[in-house]
Ligand binder design. Structure first.
Ligand code: IPE
Ligand code: IPE
Ligand code: MG
Length: 249
């Protein structure tokens, strides 16, 4: 493959796919056209992630707050999910990509839920890349949900107060087996996390792309990875400690 592939490929990339509406408005198109082009961008980035060897790609497709959008926009997004799942699942399977979902999935219309579970089932044995769609997802909702499950286990005497710590709590989140994102990309210049993966991004590097999501491509992904690779990640330690640790390796 081309030599301009970055050397260090992160294991888990998370993306807030933002700017579909602004992309469309800049072209005097309806917002839904921005969402359609956004779905194409996602297809490109899944392919790119597979080629680069990224192991987990989590994308924010629809937030718990997005339910407050006009009904027409929400229903066209739901239709788009169904057609994307119909069109793309066989291709995902062929490329050894496992589709997973995280969010309050029971809030989705029944037909979307059915398609989603069908696609997850069809790709369940794929293991080159996990494509995780955060849909009807909210970070606060996920944490509250985790607390409810934990309290249920406490009531059932499956966990004691002394056993609650960061590691055991993680088991109550939607996808406990997935490592935290190394970095989080947000497109369209916005500098906020909008309730995405609040627990999991505690130490993720944030990279902002100026591009609207529908125009995000392989070269912009590589630029983001290059930017990530220039960061010094200290996890609370001093720069000297980190230097000494890397020299020991
Ligand atoms: C992101 O694009 C897609 C969803 C939130 C579903 P937006 O629809 O938020 O686009 P902008 O931010 O209005 O440009
Ligand atoms: C975040 O984008 C949610 C998704 C990309 C799915 P929004 O457009 O909903 O976020 P805000 O409203 O700008 O914070
Ligand atoms: Mg937006």
């Amino acid at each position: 493959m081309e030599s301009n592939i970055p050397n260090n490929i992160p294991q888990h990339v998370a993306i807030i796919m933002d700017g579909n509406g602004r992309w469309a408005r800049a072209r005097m198109m309806p917002r839904v056209e921005g969402h359609r082009q956004g779905a194409k961008a996602l297809k490109r980035i899944v392919k790119a992630s597979r080629e680069l060897g990224i192991r987990y790609l989590t994308v924010y497709a629809f937030s718990t707050e997005n339910w407050k959008r006009p009904e027409a926009e929400v229903s066209s997004l739901m239709k788009l999910f169904i057609s994307a799942l119909n069109d793309e699942t066989p291709e995902l399977k062929k490329n050894n990509v496992r589709l997973r979902a995280m969010g309050a999935l029971d809030m989705l219309p029944k037909d979307v839920q059915e398609k989603l579970y069908e696609a997850m089932d069809m790709t369940k044995d794929c293991d080159a890349l996990d494509l995780i769609i955060a849909v009807s997802y909210g970070g606060r909702y996920e944490i509250c949900d985790a607390c409810k499950k934990l309290l249920k286990d406490f009531e059932d005497k499956k966990i004691s107060i002394d056993e609650v710590n960061e590691n055991t709590f993680r088991n109550y989140l939607y996808l406990p087996d997935v490592p935290d994102p190394d970095f989080l990309i947000r497109t369209s210049k916005e500098l906020r996390v909008s309730n995405f993966l609040l627990w999991q991004i505690a130490y993720s590097e944030l990279v902002v792309s100026e591009k609207y999501w529908p125009e995000f491509d392989f070269s912009e992904l590589k630029r983001c990875i290059d930017e990530f690779n220039k960061r010094s990640r200290r996890f609370g330690k001093t720069g000297d400690q980190i230097k000494a640790e890397s020299e020991e390796k």
